[in-house]
Design a protein around this ligand. Structure first.
Ligand code: HEM
Length: 514
């Protein structure tokens, strides 16, 4: 980067094809050679209000700031404007957003929270820094290539025990050094875990959130909670070290939310189960080493851990999001599974699955709310910098009304989420299963519906830019295309609303009358 200073008069001389400079935020760029390579065409750069002029406002109406930060474009800067200072700075890794509602209240300067401590704040800073520096660049690559997250990134996550922490508080954290010792295993709570989900969601596309071992997060808890000590010792250390991958294999083409209608069958043969059937929409299934699988057995429904081996085959399913999530169709063809791999009582697998669902649904809410907040931030930035009919978009009442609705939705989601998280901190796993299945079901219905409404509003606000996978509206495009996943995975929106009401009805006092 050059340290030359130029006056406005000097810059103004370079105003034509073959010699074109522009000013963007007090920096001077020589675009002469770049003009023919410019993705937006060369002629736009020779326009009277651009060539040799301050094109800051025009530039930010057409590009994201990150364009200027790319190495190949940084080089185009030849100096600065004499007497001017740059105003637009990219936030440093780990830094908080200063855009109103860009962060939850607990992270906003001058506000208070009954739930979060100084330790949560320190933890959040470290986790955001980690995700922005280690995961964000990988997320961009994988989203494009559709390939699995690299082992190098998985290893780095394992090093600071992020994989283990994504499973929540519990005995699996004992003796581990969490985030370089920032939080002690016995102090780690569901708010710490929620921070990890939120920060992951901020830097990743929806497919990468799932591709980054979401299968393990939902598939390993039954092993933690119900696996024999031998099975635990065989599977858990390697999984938490990022050496083995796990998927939860419940849904089938025959049955989704209707878990009772599953057709994969396990027949007892001595010390083995013989499993036959198929599973569909299995997140991380293409690369999983183990499948936590729901099977029909003679006496009901039984869950077991199936290792990839003879008779197990997986093939990728193309979905609306990137293949990085590893969504698979899984076939079990007379697979022999040791009976000691059974998770929970034989025939009582439904309770294993149902209690596991609470955590999964809560996690989906955590990631969705963070994504909705990012969408609000993107919309606030865009509507302020986009000029239409000579005024910023925010001058339009209809735009402000959409912003009001989006902000209210995300704040409502966040506040409800924090109340539920606090209950989780205070309750045992068993109490959570009894008391929180209904509220979490209702909450997830509310969160995913809010997310889709926000995706719609944001798409209207960004217009055509929300329809392209790159450029200014790239986050909105991704969110609009993938927010529907939150309404389906871990239980369909309507089914979960119904679950919440049915749970409440079960607890209606017999003597309640108007
Ligand atoms: C340092 C200067 C510039 C660089 C490095 C640059 C780079 C780019 C890049 C990478 C794109 C592709 C879209 C994207 O990734 O966002 C683009 C698109 C575009 N650029 Fe530039 N640009 C520069 C200056 C300008 C200026 C001064 C104008 C003024 C009119 C301009 C007009 C456009 C237009 C009209 C598009 C197409 C936008 C769209 O498809 O939505 N660019 N530019």
């Amino acid at each position: 980067m050059a340290s030359n200073e130029y006056t406005l008069e000097e810059i103004a001389q370079h105003n034509k094809e073959g010699d074109v400079w522009v000013i963007i935020d007090a920096k001077v760029y020589d675009l002469t050679k770049f003009a023919n390579l410019h993705p937006g065409g060369s002629n736009v750069l020779y326009a009277e209000n651009v060539a040799g002029k301050d094109a800051t406002q025009i530039f930010f109406g057409l590009h994201r700031h990150e364009v200027l930060l790319r190495t190949q474009y940084k080089r185009l800067q030849i100096g600065t404007v004499a007497g001017q200072k740059e105003l637009i700075k990219a936030p440093a890794p780990g830094e908080l957003s200063r855009v109103p509602y860009g962060e939850p209240t607990w992270l906003t300067k001058g506000y208070f929270s009954p739930y979060y401590t100084e330790n949560h704040r320190k933890f959040q800073t470290a986790v955001r820094h980690f995700f922005q520096t280690v995961v964000a660049p990988e997320s961009v690559k994988c989203e494009e290539s559709g390939k699995k997250i690299s082992q190098e990134v998985v290893d780095k996550m394992a090093e600071v025990n992020i994989i283990a922490m994504r499973l929540g508080p519990g005995k699996h954290l004992k003796g581990r050094i969490l985030m370089d010792g920032l939080v002690k295993p016995e102090e780690f709570d569901y708010f710490h875990e929620a921070i990890i989900h939120a920060e992951l969601s901020r830097v990743s596309s929806r497919a990468v959130v799932d591709g980054l071992l979401a299968g393990l997060v939902i598939g390993l808890p039954p092993v933690l909670n119900y696996g024999s000590p031998e099975l635990y010792a065989k599977v858990v250390p390697d999984a938490l070290a990022g050496k083995k991958y796990v998927a939860l294999a419940i849904s089938e083409a025959f049955a989704g939310s209707d878990v009772g209608g599953l057709q994969t069958t396990a027949v007892r043969d001595g010390d083995y189960w013989v499993v036959t059937g198929t599973k569909k929409w299995i997140t991380n299934g293409t690369f999983a080493d183990y499948f936590t699988t729901g099977c029909k057995t003679e006496t009901g429904f039984t869950v077991m851990l199936i290792e990839r081996g003879p008779g197990v085959s997986t093939k990728p399913i193309k979905t609306a999001y990137s293949a990085v999530a590893g969504t698979a169709f899984v076939s079990f063809d007379k697979v022999r599974v040791p009976v000691s791999n059974t998770l929970g009582p034989i025939g009582a697998g439904m309770s294993v699955i149902l209690s596991n669902f609470n955590h999964e649904r809560w996690m989906v809410c955590a990631t969705s709310i963070a994504a909705q907040r990012l969408v609000v931030e993107e919309c606030l930035k865009w509507t302020t910098q986009r000029i239409v009919f000579g005024k910023p978009l925010t001058a339009q009442a209809v735009i402000r009304a959409k912003l009001a609705a989006m902000i209210s939705r995300v704040e409502a989601c966040q506040n409800w989420f924090e109340t539920i998280t606090h209950q989780m901190n205070m309750m045992s796993y068993k109490e959570q299963s009894d008391k929180l299945a209904g509220p979490i079901g209702l909450h997830k219905q509310f969160v995913s519906r809010s997310g889709r409404e926000t995706a719609e509003d944001a798409t209207q606000i960004f217009g055509g830019r929300a329809l392209t996978v790159s450029g200014m509206g790239k986050f909105i495009e991704n969110y609009h295309r993938t927010s529907g996943f939150d309404a389906i995975l871990a239980g369909a929106e309507d089914v979960l609303g119904d679950l919440g009401v049915r749970q409440a009805l079960k607890k209606m006092p017999k003597d309640a009358r108007l």
